[in-house]
Design a protein around this ligand. Structure first.
Ligand code: PMV
Length: 381
């Protein structure tokens, strides 16, 4: 079993790299079994499982230029959609501090980060999973250039996920695979609290290309940050019952994903979404993140499912937006329902059509240009 010290680089050769750049596109993910409650350092109180998204992604380019002397903390500039973003600095600086023991070579470079999201910044969709996932992968590409060219692929992705986790827990589930488990579970081979790993079983065909249409009910800032939310689980009266429930749900959901039991899938996924919100509604202080439109959508989905026998269901993140999940085979019947009945409940009728994706991909120079990131500026300027 890997431990955190396995991710401290044994050796790296600073002579091999002077300047250069690497780039990755990393998707967002939506948890089906939710992670809500953590202990230091960013370890989950229960295992979680997510669907990797496809369309909602962040493209990040990391440019580096060797310094004459190493700096005390990581020297970096951050640009988002072409503009330098001072407001992003604290989160990134905190990330670099947290990973310093695992990526000590970063202090020997001036870094420039150029990022762009495929989804609107103010959509109520968190970009920390895709953003920190993409940055962690760039850091690993730099590590590989520093002499670890023969680095095993598994190690590359496990460490990228490990680093991403230290930035934002759920980011570790965005790196690799279409269905990802994070958190040690005796029944899931290879699962770990330290990083996310691909669901180890064959996914039933009915889940291939599964759709996730994200209804943007509220595009505002989150009322409760996930950092605060996780803390509210300390001393929460239902905490231990919730962690046991999540473990039992993971076991049952794994079975449903293997066998294609859509009925069980729906029951488990909706229960998880409502349990997450129940935790927030019963914490001290309490938060009600669902809006009237969230509830209208939920009722309509349940009524439509009942009336049509389709397998459409919902999940929620820590906010008012609704993820509408359905099998690709039911697209012809569910899509008109969404456009005719549900989008009226969205802010400015906005929604995003997404589906199950495969995980992060490296970007070539041409792809970087196509993604509109970075024009080859010198990080030291
Ligand atoms: O990764 P964080 O700290 O932003 O927490 C994410 C928590 C939820 O999105 C609500 C659930 C999850 O598992 O993604």
């Amino acid at each position: 079993m890997l431990t955190a010290s396995d991710f401290v680089p044994a050796k790296y050769d600073l002579q091999t790299v002077d300047t250069g750049c690497v780039a990755w596109k990393c998707p967002s993910n939506i948890a089906l079994v939710k992670y809500w409650g953590k202990r230091d350092p960013q370890l989950p109180e229960n295992p979680s499982l997510s669907f990797t998204l496809d369309a909602c992604a962040t493209a990040t380019k990391l440019s580096f230029s060797k310094r004459a002397c190493p700096s005390e903390s990581v020297s970096f500039k951050i640009f988002f959609e072409g503009l330098e973003q001072a407001s992003f600095r604290p989160k990134i600086a905190h990330f670099f501090k947290r990973i310093s023991a695992y990526a000590p070579y970063l202090n020997h470079f001036d870094l420039r980060i150029d990022s762009r999201n495929s989804f609107p910044h103010s959509s109520g969709i968190a970009s920390s999973a895709s953003g920190l996932g993409a940055l962690a992968l760039c850091v690993m590409s730099l590590e590989r250039l520093l002499g670890e060219e023969l680095m095993a692929e598994d190690y590359f992705y496990q460490k990228a996920s490990f680093l991403a986790r230290l930035g934002s827990g759920s980011a570790c589930r965005s790196i690799r695979g279409s269905v990802v488990v994070w958190g040690a579970d005796p029944q899931i081979a290879g699962s770990s609290d330290l990083f996310g790993s691909p669901f180890p079983h064959r996914l039933h065909d009915c889940f291939k290309h599964f759709h996730d249409t994200i209804l943007l009910v509220d595009k505002g800032q989150k009322q409760v940050s996930s950092t605060v939310g996780h803390q509210l689980m300390h001393g929460h009266p239902f905490a231990s019952a919730r962690f046991s429930q999540a473990r039992a749900h993971l076991t049952a959901l794994s079975q449903a994903l293997k066998t294609g039991d859509l009925k069980a899938f729906i029951q488990l996924v909706e229960s998880e979404a409502l349990s997450l919100h129940a935790m927030m509604m019963t914490s001290d202080p309490s938060f009600i993140l669902m809006k009237a439109n969230t509830l209208q959508i939920i009722h309509k989905i349940r009524a439509f499912r009942e009336a049509t026998g389709t397998h459409v269901c919902f999940t929620l993140d820590a906010g008012a937006n609704v993820h509408v999940l359905f099998p690709a085979a039911e697209k012809e019947i569910v899509t008109p329902f969404i456009t005719n009945e549900l989008i009226a409940h969205c802010q400015q009728n906005h929604y995003i059509c997404d589906r199950l994706g495969m995980g992060a991909v490296p970007l070539s120079d041409t792809q970087m240009l196509a993604a509109g990131i970075g024009q080859g500026e010198d990080p030291a300027d």
